[in-house]
Design a protein around this ligand. Structure first.
Ligand code: OOB
Length: 528
């Protein structure tokens, strides 16, 4: 078995309560095309698709994917920047019954090789060149049979996206099973190599539909996709999928700049969008300078890392929009502040669980519940939270409690109202303004550097990013510089956002009482 699903009893409960509807994404798109046919579904630069047009385009792409040999059940790694092609291909794979694997544009050879091998991918989809990186060169060295290129396919014998579409579109739901695998999301990770998160049609559709309800989306809503479109937050919280459930319009931002965002908000009368905390000061600054018309914008979602309270308080008055804090994870559980919550709650908490069926435990180091208001690790179980990672039986044995609660690794306080305050983390991860870095993954690479005998990656507090990665190294001879390490990690094919931004040579590591490297002590000893 590749991944453990929900026990039958829980699945029956989620179906009976109407959370799981038995719909697949291929069928959902066909249904939306019937219901919302002539309404605008998608806007990307000058190009626009109605729901009917999107459904037809997806049908043609589905036929094209089948023609090049992609089969139901196949995994396909999607690594595309924000653009309509991601949306069209994602649904084409759904209609075919294949499974998209969500890679990020920032990923490089190390991450993609791992994703391709772990998922056993039958195909890999890339842009030609994006942000000055040629993805075709990366694809040429990979153990994957089929490569589809959005743009110029180059001299490698890859398939051009523009020539993929078949003449006879495939319609309807396709062969997928609603309780089966719909997509694989990438985990932020805490150990060695990134894990894959299995999401089913039933659970992921509920994730998006319930999020759309909580955010008050309607057919008049317009969602602006600013953060990477493959990111769970942007794709389904409520994001692109939630907007489609409501019959609204999705507008794609080609880059995260507030200048671009403000132009699109004005032009398309955007009503809701999502950003991460590091973007908030840029929004405030650009807003004060350019005075854009944001009158259509009703809700600004901020999440993926802790938003400082003082910044949160400034958003509403400065921009004239309602703030929503979102504390979510690719593994499932989503927390939102609600429209009816008082400002105090919206500006100082990270929301409360999306679903009445989300089960929350806040526990001490012995898994014993702590009282409300006290800090503990958050454990959770529910209708859209995984019960185990994909092809990771060994890891699953410790990442979940015996009764199926996922150990989030986040330290939270629960208020009597049920709202959560994220106060820290027990997992060995660095959150660089929303980008998650698994310390041990990077440490493994650092240890391969000549002369490095010990390596510990930790997060140093940073006013802009929340934290930034710093590498503590025990070296034979002189420690390498930040630049030398960056060159080394680039050659090893690691995504640049994981590179240490500071190197500290140490003679030896301080240890905790149980003999682990004491990263808190290392960070505390940093001079500014
Ligand atoms: C989102 O998902 P991931 O999988 O990239 O990261 C999840 C982790 C959480 O466990 C937590 O450590 C951190 O990111 N996090 C936050 C937060 N939102 C996420 N920490 C503090 N405050 C917040 N508001 O990041 C994600 C997925 C769906 C929706 C929103 C975010």
């Amino acid at each position: 078995m590749d991944w453990p699903g929900w026990p039958q009893q829980d699945a029956a409960r989620y179906r009976a309560a109407g959370y799981w509807t038995g719909d697949t994404f291929g069928g959902l798109l066909a249904g939306w095309a019937r219901r919302y046919g002539p309404r605008t579904a998608l806007v990307d630069g000058p190009r626009r698709w109605t729901y009917a047009e999107l459904d037809a385009e997806v049908g043609r792409l589905c036929a094209g994917l089948r023609r090049i040999g992609v089969k139901p059940g196949d995994r396909v790694v999607l690594q595309l920047p924000n653009g309509a092609a991601f949306v069209c291909l994602w649904f084409a794979l759904q209609r075919l019954g294949a499974v998209p694997v969500h890679a990020m544009p920032a990923h490089r050879r190390a991450e993609i090789t791992h994703l391709v091998e772990l998922s056993g991918a039958a195909a890999y989809v890339i842009p030609d060149v994006h942000a000055r990186f040629d993805y075709r060169e990366l694809a040429a060295g990979l153990p994957v049979e089929r490569v589809v290129v959005v743009g110029d396919p180059g001299p490698y014998g890859f398939t051009a996206y523009d020539e993929l579409a078949g003449a006879a579109p495939e319609t309807g739901a396709g062969p997928a099973n609603a309780s089966g695998l719909a997509l694989l999301l990438l985990s932020g990770g805490t150990t060695g190599l990134p894990k894959l998160i299995p999401r089913t049609h039933d659970d992921y559709a509920y994730n998006a539909r319930a999020s759309a309800e909580v955010c008050g989306l309607t057919a008049e809503s317009a969602y602006l996709a600013i953060l990477p479109i493959a990111f769970n937050f942007t794709w389904a919280c409520p994001g692109v999928l939630g907007t489609f459930f409501a019959g609204g319009k999705v507008v794609i931002a080609p880059n995260p700049s507030p200048v671009t965002a403000f132009e699109l908000i004005e032009r398309e009368r955007v009503t809701i969008t999502a950003i991460n905390p590091p973007l908030v000061p840029y929004w405030l600054e650009e807003h004060a300078a350019a005075k854009p018309d944001l009158s259509s914008l009703r809700l600004l979602q901020v999440g993926s890392a802790r938003l400082a309270d003082d910044l949160a308080w400034r958003v509403g008055p400065a921009l004239g929009v309602r703030l929503q804090q979102v504390y979510g994870m690719a593994e499932g559980l989503l927390n939102y502040t609600r429209d009816e919550d008082p400002d105090e709650i919206v500006c100082t908490t990270q929301g409360r669980p999306l679903s009445p069926a989300d089960e929350i435990r806040v526990v001490d180091e012995h898994d014993r519940p702590v009282p409300d208001g006290e800090t503990g690790e958050l454990l959770t179980r529910g209708p859209y939270t995984l019960r185990g990672y994909y092809r990771a039986a060994e890891h699953n044995a410790t990442a979940f409690t015996p009764d199926g609660f996922y150990r989030t690794g986040d330290l939270v306080r629960r208020l009597p109202s049920g709202h959560l305050n994220v106060v820290g983390r027990v997992k060995d991860q660095i959150n660089r303004g929303g980008e998650k870095i698994a310390a041990t993954e990077v440490e493994g690479h650092l240890l391969a550097y000549p002369g490095v005998k010990g390596a510990a990656l930790a997060g140093m507090p940073d006013p802009e990013w929340g934290e930034r990665p710093v590498a503590f190294l025990v070296c034979e001879g002189d420690a390498p510089s930040v630049k030398e390490i960056a060159g080394f990690l680039r050659d090893r094919g690691l995504a640049p956002y994981k590179f240490p931004e500071r190197i500290e040579a140490v003679a030896a590591f301080p240890l905790t009482p149980v003999g682990k490297i004491d990263k808190k002590a290392l960070v505390a000893g940093l001079h500014p």
